[in-house]
Design a protein around this ligand. Structure first.
Ligand code: SIN
Length: 533
């Protein structure tokens, strides 16, 4: 059943740092609906352990942060964007603190100052954090402010299905985004929401891989919807694998923060040998692409199914205080990190590409903004520097809000396309959907992982296309369910990752292929763009 459209001034899809910050910045001018597919706190942000990279200390400089970001980005960052975000960082951090965010502090020469952590690829300590639960504290502060705002409605358990666009066949040049269809998971009904301005803040797509540090919500919904609606998608081949996720049969998606290596944690193989010596001058604290590939190589060379991360040389009291979440969680799995090394494996962690946006977060589909992990701004290039993403989310939420307020999008007049559920009946073969979820994630892990080849990528593409045919048949034949909708989005994102990877005939940053193992100079600064014709 389809209800009549619900109208707002702004629609925000997603309730992480980007979406909530944007909502707070526009809500004084009109009504805002935040559409979120689970509970409001269930976002990628909520699971961020590390923190926010920003220049806040006198020993640091914008120049040094810019240099580190460009070095990690492997020649594909947009330097102007990098500089802009880094220089705007301190102002946005100050706003977050004013809102009630509590960063960890330490005692220094008789006064309190921010405790700055260090992570891979950073030449200075510059990570503002709240122990090892930074994302949870950010969500707490933002949601408290959201809850107090009368103009903001949070619609939980609503999964956005598709963006509503105005184009008629053959009129793509007048296309604009006018709303969204969403599945209300509590009633099973499809609801229609409209607004002149729609902001995607739906996070990334880690669940497209079998092993990921991301929570279940990270199914690439924003990229898939924007692609279907006609927006340009950029650089999807650059998927960041975090080198150290907990390896334990019962631990699902648990990250061992890079901050552990920042505090001196060292990578070892199962024979206790340090294998990062000679790989990179920063050894275990090298940028993530280097560390993840080194672990992958070491595991393949030795046949081991994981590596080890050892921080036992640090005092137990320090570890329990600095990493309470990691300490407690590992202890629950029988691992005392103060006494024994932590078993770790790489896992999909961050999508560096996404919906291509301007410096204000505008996509090339009128009326549609994209901010946070779903967007490709030019900051991360071919490899994101750790903890730069929460900073980018804050800066782009601010810029998109300013832009939309200064350039209010036109309201759409006329009839919008109605949702059609056809002659759908309830699916009785959920086993097919479950099987396809598993098959897709497994093939992405095996064929489109840390190390790639043309042959494996082509094989993956053929399989994905077969799966897409099956998913489409299901989509039209049955009532839609969250599992089916997420699978459809995952398959779209998988296709975009593989097509982008096949297009980049070189190795750069996170995209490493044995068939083209070196970077090609003429491809530096060249984004991989995909657009649905
Ligand atoms: C971490 O804590 O290692 C994650 C930080 C990040 O991905 O930026």
């Amino acid at each position: 059943m389809v209800d009549s459209p619900k109208q707002f001034d702004f629609l925000v899809l997603g309730s992480g740092i980007a979406g909530l910050t944007f909502a707070l910045k526009v809500a004084h001018t009109g009504s805002v609906a935040i559409i979120t597919k689970k509970s409001r706190a269930e976002s990628n942000t909520n699971y961020a352990q590390g923190g926010i990279a920003a220049v806040t200390s006198e020993e640091d400089s914008f120049e040094s942060h810019v240099r580190d970001t460009l070095a990690a980005g492997g020649g594909l960052c947009n330097e102007e964007v990098v500089r802009g975000i880094i220089e705007e960082g301190p102002a946005r951090i100050e706003e977050l603190i004013q809102l009630g965010m509590k960063f960890s502090e330490r005692e220094s020469h008789g006064h309190r100052e921010l405790d700055l952590g260090r992570e891979g690829g950073h030449s200075k300590r510059r990570i503002l954090h709240s122990k090892d639960v930074t994302g949870r504290e950010i969500e707490r502060a933002l949601l408290a402010a959201i809850g107090a705002h009368k103009n903001i409605t949070v619609l939980e358990n609503h999964l956005a299905i598709d963006l509503i666009t105005t184009a008629k066949p053959g009129q793509a040049q007048h296309n604009r985004c006018a709303g969204v269809y969403a599945l209300n998971n509590q009633t099973g009904q499809i609801e229609t929401f409209t607004a002149p301005g729609i902001t995607l803040a739906t996070g990334g797509c880690g669940k497209v891989y079998l092993y990921t540090s991301n929570p279940d919500i990270a199914t690439g919904d924003g990229v898939a919807m924007a692609y279907r609606a006609g927006a340009t998608i950029a650089n999807m081949e650059f998927i960041q694998f975090h080198p150290t996720c907990l390896y334990h049969p019962e631990a699902k998606s648990f990250l061992i923060s890079e901050a552990v290596r920042g505090e001196g944690g060292e990578l070892l193989n199962l024979r206790g040998q340090r294998f990062m010596e000679g790989v990179h001058p920063l050894k275990s604290l090298a940028p993530r692409d280097v560390v993840a590939r080194a672990i992958d190589r070491e595991m393949k060379r030795s046949g081991d199914d994981h590596a080890l991360l050892d921080i036992t040389h640090k005092p137990a009291r320090f570890l329990m205080d600095r990493f309470p979440n990691i300490y407690q969680t590992c202890l629950r799995y029988g691992i005392d990190i103060t006494k024994e090394p932590i078993p770790v494996v790489p896992a999909a962690h961050y999508q560096c590409g996404g919906v291509r946006v301007s410096e204000h977060g505008e996509t090339d589909l009128a009326g549609l903004y994209a901010i946070g992990e779903v967007a490709c701004t030019g900051l991360h290039g071919a490899n994101r520097l750790a903890s730069n993403s929460l900073l980018e989310a804050l800066v782009y939420a601010h810029r998109a809000a300013e832009h939309v307020l200064n350039h209010p999008p036109e309201s759409t007049t006329g009839e919008l396309h109605k949702w059609h559920s056809g002659s759908a009946t309830n699916p009785d073969e959920m086993v097919v959907v479950a099987h396809n979820w598993d098959e897709l994630r497994r093939l992405m892990w095996n064929y489109v992982g840390v190390v790639r080849t043309d042959k494996r990528l082509k094989r993956a593409l053929t399989r994905i296309q077969n799966l897409q045919e099956e998913i489409q048949a299901y989509y039209w034949d049955f009532n839609v369910t969250s599992d089916l909708l997420e699978l459809r989005n995952l398959a779209t994102v998988a296709e975009l990752i593989v097509r982008s990877a096949l297009e980049r005939r070189e190795s750069r940053g996170l995209h490493y292929t044995m068939d083209h193992p070196e970077p090609v100079d003429s491809l530096a600064q060249q984004d991989t763009l995909i657009h649905r014709n």
